[in-house]
Design a protein around this ligand. Structure first.
Ligand SMILES: NC(=O)c1ccc[n+]([C@@H]2O[C@H](COP(=O)([O-])OP(=O)(O)OC[C@H]3O[C@@H](n4cnc5c(N)ncnc54)[C@H](O)[C@@H]3O)[C@@H](O)[C@H]2O)c1
Length: 439
């Protein structure tokens, strides 16, 4: 069981150099620090024929990403780091089974990732560790002259969001958020349609992470060891990016629009407590845990262009999976789960299956790599598409699809929803992480 006292929380947070935000700090954190270095918006990678990767975190997600990166021909995995020797061993064998040389290994202490970051033969550090570690590891990687690619959410406080932005700008290294859902088949096709104006002028989107994770949250391995703790500490949207990333891209957020404000409310907390009571044996110390995160958190984000996004988070209610993934404009609407489209021009009141539009709008990345991705990669193939595309950008010297400003803005709903919920749903301002460059 994790330590649930405030002293325990502060001690844990201090260990990774970043405390969770007390409410009183949220306002101060939101203040825009002065810009000291040029923007990283649209800054291109330097371009190189081979991409040398260091991977920190070889648990469930790290091993899955490892498989996807190993399948990209231009990639060499040079070094890996994990404090769990079994996880490290599993990753070494995954690499050698793929016919590649055994990597250097690190993980004797919680800060041995610094040794991996200091190596001079790595271009990209991929970070797939628990949430509180993302920012200290990414900052250290960028300061050591490496690009960083961080799992989601990239950061858990506004202060951390700014630290990522400022470090990326100061070091001229990218901090890419590994938001795989932006590369989903439906998401990429709908992005293509939005960019071609099929839905007209966009006005409203809906996004969510609705995934019954109760079993995983109480597991005695992997995320069960750390992911229940935020449910005891924070009441808001703990995992905003899977739903929000794609909708932000449909709306061209940071390319002509930006998130301006958010209001948020949470339901009562019931399901995690009920699940524990039903499934844990008498005397299990986890029965003493008290959760504060409401089962369903609902936020509404307003953008500079006057658009709205409804954003939800619920990982504890028994119900089927959904990210909503919905976008509406003056000419029509797309809604997912199941994927369907209605266009004004269709002239009837019926939804049409998204597949009807495949011939015209399937995204070129899926046309190129879809067959391999579907067969060998996780989450329906989106994971391979994301990894292959990041390597393509690094190889060809392109700007990344998802930069540090996206990482900050897509992660910021966690502290901002928490602040709004605590103040009865009052509006919270989004920092402009681009400092005006979204225009
Ligand atoms: N994009 C997705 O679809 C997706 C899916 C699952 C998880 N994730 C994200 O990936 C991240 C990891 O999740 P996971 O499911 O792999 O969790 P996990 O618990 O299975 O793995 C985390 C690993 O990090 C290691 N670790 C912890 N502290 C470390 C340190 N200081 N140095 C080195 N290693 C350390 C642990 O030993 C563990 O092996 C999380 O941010 C999670 O939100 C994303």
């Amino acid at each position: 069981m994790f330590e649930l006292t405030r002293r325990g929380l502060l001690r844990g947070a201090a260990a990774v150099g970043a405390a969770l935000s007390p409410l009183s700090l949220i306002k101060a954190e939101a203040a825009e620090p002065p810009q000291k270095h040029p923007t990283m918006r649209k800054v291109k990678f330097e371009g190189r024929s081979r991409i040398r990767i260091g991977l920190i975190g070889t648990g469930g997600r790290g091993r899955s990403l490892l498989g996807d990166f190993l399948a990209v021909p231009e990639v060499d995995v040079i070094a890996i780091c994990d404090i769990n020797p079994d996880a490290l061993k599993g990753a070494v064998s995954q690499i050698t089974k793929a016919g590649k040389p055994a990597p250097a290994t690190y993980g004797a202490t919680e800060r041995e990732f610094e040794k991996l970051n200091r190596r001079d033969d790595i271009d990209l550090v991929v970070i797939a560790t628990p949430w509180d570690w993302h920012v200290p590891m990414a900052i250290d990687a960028m300061k050591s002259g490496k690009h960083a690619a961080v799992e989601v959410p990239a950061a858990v406080t506004l202060k951390q969001c700014w630290e990522l932005v400022d470090t990326s700008e100061a070091t001229r290294k990218h901090c890419v958020i590994l938001e795989n859902c932006c590369y989903g088949y439906n998401e990429m096709m709908v992005l293509n349609m939005c960019q071609q104006g099929v839905f007209g002028e966009l006005t409203h989107g809906e996004a969510a992470y609705i995934h019954d994770l109760r079993g995983l949250l109480f597991a005695t391995y992997s995320e069960g060891l750390w992911r229940r703790k935020p449910h005891a500490m924070r009441n808001g949207n703990l995992y905003p990016t899977h739903g929000l990333g794609p909708v932000a891209q449909y709306m061209g957020v940071h390319s002509g629009d930006r998130f301006e404000s958010i209001v948020s409310v949470s339901s009562a907390e019931k399901s995690l407590t009920a699940y524990g009571k039903k499934n844990l044996k008498a005397g299990d110390p986890r029965l003493n845990e008290k959760y504060v995160c409401g089962d369903m958190n609902t936020s509404i984000i307003k953008t500079a262009k006057g658009r709205t996004i409804m954003l939800q988070h619920d990982v504890v209610t028994p119900r089927p999976y959904s990210r909503h993934n919905m976008i509406a404009g003056t000419e029509g609407t797309f809604a997912d789960y199941p994927a369907r489209i209605y266009l004004d021009s269709m002239g009837n009141d019926e939804w049409q299956d998204l597949t009807t539009f495949k011939e015209r709008y399937e995204h070129p990345l899926w046309k190129k790599n879809g067959d391999y991705a579907r067969k060998y990669s996780g989450h329906g193939g989106m994971d391979f598409l994301m990894c292959a595309r990041l390597i393509e950008c690094m190889r060809d010297g392109l700007a990344p699809d998802m930069d540090v400003y996206d990482a900050a803005a897509w992660s910021a709903p966690t502290p901002l929803s928490e602040a709004s919920v605590a103040k009865g749903g009052s509006a919270q301002k989004f920092p402009d992480f681009t400092r005006g460059n979204w225009k």
